[in-house]
Design a protein around this ligand. Structure first.
Ligand SMILES: [Zn+2]
Length: 402
C-alpha cells in the first residue's frame, strides 16, 4: 500500500525501546506512529505527529508490536483430536503420536498441505502474530521434508528443517542410518529452503550424540541452530544448544541449576548481542494441552536468561495458534508479569529468531503492529480468551478491517 499512514489516538504504545523511558516495554502515552513504505517512519507525541495520507484512529486502544511466534509446526495433514481426548481421560503424552501425523502428511497433496498452512497462518495473523517460524518435521523422507520447507517458505522467511523430529517407523531399528540420511541427502534437499535447523533432543527421539552431529551438519551449510530440549524430562539438550551457540532452546520445562546457569551465562541480547545469546523459548500451550507441569519462567528470568514465548502450534501437543492465550498462561501459570510476558511474545521472539526488524516499534522497524480493543497490554492476560485484537498491520498493511 503506497503513501503514509498515521496511527493515532493510542491509549498506550508499547515500543520495546529499552533506550527510552517507560520501563522494559518502553511504554509511551499520547503517542502516534507514522508508517511509510512498510516501515515505522516516526514515533512520537501525538501533538507533534506529521501529516499523513491516511489515518487509523486507535480509539484509545493499546498498540503493541505484532507478536513474534518463533516456534510453530504448521506443515501437516490430519488432526489428533482423539489422542487429545484420550490424554484428557488420563493417558500420558509420549511424543509417539508424531508418527500418526507423519503418515497423514506423506499421503497429502501439496495443495492440501498449503491450504493448512494458509488457514493456520491466517488464524495466527487475526490474533496478532505478524512473524512466524514454520518447521518441517512431518515428512521425514528426503522428498517430503524438502516439499514441507518449500511450502513453508511461501509463508515465512523463518523456515526450520526438523528432519530430526522423530526416527520414522521404517528406521526404528537403525537410527544411525536415519541420522546419516538426515545429515546427507535430506539436508542437501532441505537447506535451500531453510534458515534454521532443529532437533528433538529427548529420550525416545534423538540422543545428544545424534543431535550434536545433525546440528553440526546444519551449521556447516550455514543454517542457524535451534533445539527442542528438556520438554519431557531433564536431559542434555539445553547444554548442547548453549555449546553450539543456538539462537534458542525451546520448551525448557525440566531444567537443572546448571542448565539455568548456562542459559543465563549467554546473557541478554542488549548486553551480549544477538550472536551470543541463547534464548529460552517457553511453550506453555504444550503443557496446557498435555496436562503437564509448566516451565519455571520466574527462575530463568531471575537468573538473567532471555525468555521468549511461542505457541508450538502443532496437531498433537499444542494445537493453538494464539499468542494472547500463551501470554495469559505465562502470567497465570509461569509467574511472569504481564509486561514480561508481552515482551517475551514480541521482542523475545525476535531475539529467538535473531531479528532486529520485528518485535519492536521504532523508526526503521517493520510496520507490524496490533491495536487492542483494550486500553493496556495488561488486558491480554487480565481478559483471557477474549478476542482483543481489533486491527493488525503487517508490513504497514491493515489485515482485519480496512
Ligand atoms: Zn515443537
Amino acid at each position: 500500500m503506497r503513501g503514509s499512514l498515521l496511527v493515532d489516538n493510542i491509549g498506550e504504545l508499547v515500543t520495546n525501546d529499552i533506550g527510552g523511558e517507560g520501563g522494559p516495554l518502553g511504554i509511551r502515552r499520547h503517542a502516534a506512529v507514522l508508517v511509510e513504505d512498510g516501515q515505522v517512519a516516526w514515533v512520537g507525541p501525538a501533538r507533534d505527529a506529521p501529516a499523513a495520507d491516511r489515518r487509523i484512529d486507535a480509539e484509545g486502544g493499546a498498540v503493541l508490536p505484532g507478536f513474534v511466534d518463533s516456534h510453530a509446526h504448521l506443515v501437516f495433514a490430519g488432526d489428533r483430536a482423539a489422542e487429545f481426548a484420550a490424554r484428557m481421560a488420563g493417558e500420558p503424552y509420549t511424543g509417539g503420536g508424531i508418527r500418526t501425523t507423519v503418515g497423514a502428511t506423506r499421503a497429502a497433496s501439496d495443495d492440501e498441505l498449503r491450504a493448512t498452512v494458509r488457514r493456520l497462518r491466517g488464524e495466527a495473523m487475526r490474533q496478532g502474530t505478524t512473524t512466524i517460524e514454520i518447521k518441517s518435521g512431518y515428512g521425514l523422507t528426503v522428498a517430503d521434508e524438502a516439499r514441507s520447507l518449500r511450502i513453508a517458505a511461501e509463508f515465512t522467511e523463518d523456515t526450520t528443517f526438523l528432519g530430526a523430529h522423530v526416527v520414522p517407523a521404517e528406521y526404528a531399528d537403525r537410527p544411525d542410518d536415519y541420522v546419516g540420511m538426515v545429515c546427507g541427502p535430506m539436508l542437501a534437499a532441505a537447506a535451500p529452503y531453510a534458515r534454521w535447523i532443529d532437533v528433538f533432543c529427548e529420550r525416545g527421539a534423538f540422543d545428544v550424540d545424534h543431535a550434536r552431529a545433525i546440528l553440526a551438519c546444519g551449521q556447516a551449510v550455514g543454517l542457524g541452530v535451534r533445539v527442542h530440549a528438556n520438554q519431557l524430562g531433564p536431559g542434555p539438550g539445553v547444554q548442547l544448544g548453549v555449546e553450539l551457540g543456538a539462537a534458542s532452546v525451546d520448551h525448557c520445562t525440566h531444567l537443572t541449576d546448571a542448565d539455568v546457569d548456562a542459559l543465563a551465562s549467554t546473557g541478554t541480547t542488549w548486553v551480549s548481542g544477538f550472536e551470543l545469546t541463547t534464548v529460552a523459548t517457553l511453550l506453555p500451550g504444550a503443557e496446557f494441552s498435555t496436562r503437564s507441569p509448566y516451565p519455571d519462567a520466574r527462575r530463568l528470568l531471575d537468573a538473567g536468561a532471555t525468555v521468549a514465548l511461542a505457541t508450538d502450534c502443532n496437531p498433537g501437543s499444542s494445537y493453538t495458534s494464539s499468542m494472547p492465550f500463551c501470554i495469559a498462561l505465562a502470567v497465570r501459570e509461569m509467574r511472569m508479569t504481564p509486561a514480561e510476558a508481552v515482551w517475551a511474545a514480541t521482542a523475545g521472539g525476535a531475539a529467538a529468531l535473531r531479528r532486529t526488524d520485528v518485535g519492536r516499534l521504532a523508526r526503521g522497524a517493520r510496520a507490524d503492529l496490533v491495536i487492542l480493543d483494550a486500553p493496556s497490554h495488561l488486558h491480554l492476560a487480565y481478559r483471557p480468551g477474549v478476542p482483543l485484537i481489533r486491527q493488525v498491520l503487517h508490513n504497514g498493511v491493515p489485515q482485519c478491517r480496512p
